[in-house]
Design a protein around this ligand. Structure first.
Ligand SMILES: NC(=O)c1ccc[n+]([C@@H]2O[C@H](COP(=O)([O-])OP(=O)(O)OC[C@H]3O[C@@H](n4cnc5c(N)ncnc54)[C@H](O)[C@@H]3O)[C@@H](O)[C@H]2O)c1
Length: 273
C-alpha cells in the first residue's frame, strides 16, 4: 500500500521525466498518463505505473485516477498550435482531468501553467519591489498562453467550489540547462522543479494559488513571495550559464517575458519553445 499515489498527466515529457528522476520514496507511487511511452529507466521502475492514453479520453483519465491521492497536471500541447487542438487538449482536456479528480476526491491539484499566460509583461511593468506578482492578471502571448490562463481559472473554479486544493505554477524555462540568453531570468532547474512540485503537494495552502516556477536566478524579476508561502526555496541560478550567451548581457527593461512567443504567428504549430 502507498500513502501517496500521484497521477502525473504528460509524465513522459521533459518536466515529467525530471520529476521521476529521483530515488523511489517510501509508500509513494506515481501513475503517468501519457500517449508517449516512458523511456528507461522509468518504464521498468516498480514505483511508476504507466497508462498509455490521452487526457482527452475520460475513461483513460478515470482509469489512471483510480488510486490517486493527488494530481500533477503537466500534459498539454506545450507550445503554440492550432486553435482547435489547443482547445481540445489544453482546455477541454484540463476540464476532463479536473472532473475525474473531483469525482475521485483527490487532495491536491498541481497545474503546470506558464510564463506565456503573462508573456506581454516586461521588467518595466514590475511592481515597486522590481518584481512581477505571482498572480499578475493574464496577458497571454499566444493561443497557447491563453489556454494556460484559461486553465488557471478552471482549476480555481473547481477548487473554490469543491474541497480540492490547487496550485498553478507559472513555469518559466524548464530544461536541464538554459537554451537561450533571453530565457536566463526565467530558468527553472530540474532540482528546483522537483522542489516546487514537492512544496505544492505538501505545504498547507489556500484553496487556490498561483506561484512562479523559476529558480533563484540573479536576473529574475518574478516574485518569490508565492513560492515562499508554500515553502519553496529555489537553489539554482542560471547565472552559471551566462557566459554561454554573451549577447544577453543583462535584463532589457522592455524585453517581454514571453520572449520570441510574442512574435509567433497565432495558431501555427511550432516546434520552438
Ligand atoms: N518546459 C518548460 O519550459 C515549460 C514552461 C512553461 C510551461 N510548461 C508546461 O509544463 C508542462 C510540461 O512541459 P514539458 O516541457 O514537459 O512539455 P513536453 O512537451 O516535453 O511534455 C508534454 C507531455 O504531454 C504529453 N501529452 C500531449 N498531449 C497529451 C494528451 N492528449 N494526453 C496526455 N498527455 C499528453 C506529451 O506526450 C508529453 O509527454 C506543459 O503543460 C507545459 O505547457 C513547460
Amino acid at each position: 500500500m502507498s500513502d501517496r499515489v500521484v497521477m502525473i498527466t504528460g509524465g513522459a515529457g521533459t518536466i515529467g521525466r525530471m520529476l521521476l528522476d529521483r530515488p523511489a520514496r517510501e509508500r509513494w507511487r506515481s501513475v503517468v498518463l501519457d500517449p508517449t511511452p516512458l523511456p528507461e529507466p522509468f518504464a521498468s521502475r516498480g514505483d511508476v505505473e504507466q497508462v498509455l492514453g490521452s487526457l482527452t479520453d475520460a475513461d483513460a483519465v478515470r482509469h489512471a485516477m483510480r488510486e490517486a491521492t493527488d494530481v500533477v497536471h503537466l500534459g498539454a500541447l506545450s507550445t503554440e498550435d492550432e486553435w482547435e487542438a489547443i482547445l481540445d487538449v489544453n482546455v477541454t482536456g484540463t476540464r476532463t482531468v479536473l472532473d475525474a479528480a473531483e469525482e475521485h476526491g483527490v487532495g491536491r491539484f498541481v497545474y503546470a501553467s506558464s510564463n506565456h499566460a503573462v508573456g506581454f509583461y516586461a521588467p518595466s511593468d514590475a511592481g515597486p519591489d522590481g518584481r512581477l506578482a505571482d498572480d499578475a492578471p493574464p496577458r497571454p502571448d499566444t493561443y497557447y498562453g491563453w489556454s494556460k490562463a484559461a486553465g488557471e481559472a478552471l482549476v480555481r473554479l473547481y477548487c473554490e467550489r469543491g474541497s480540492m486544493r490547487g496550485v498553478a505554477l507559472r513555469i518559466g524555462h524548464c530544461f536541464p540547462e538554459p537554451l537561450t540568453g533571453p530565457r536566463l531570468p526565467v530558468w527553472l532547474s530540474p532540482g528546483d522543479a522537483r522542489g516546487l512540485v514537492d512544496a505544492s503537494l505538501h505545504h498547507d495552502i489556500e484553496p487556490f494559488q498561483i506561484v512562479w516556477g523559476v529558480s533563484a536566478n540573479a536576473r529574475s524579476w518574478c516574485s518569490l513571495e508565492g513560492g515562499r508561502r508554500i515553502g519553496f526555496a529555489p537553489q539554482d541560478d542560471s547565472e552559471r550559464y551566462a557566459d554561454r550567451f554573451p549577447d544577453a548581457a543583462g535584463v532589457d527593461p522592455d524585453e517581454p517575458l514571453g520572449a520570441h512567443f510574442v512574435h509567433m504567428p497565432l495558431g501555427q504549430s511550432s516546434a520552438v519553445r
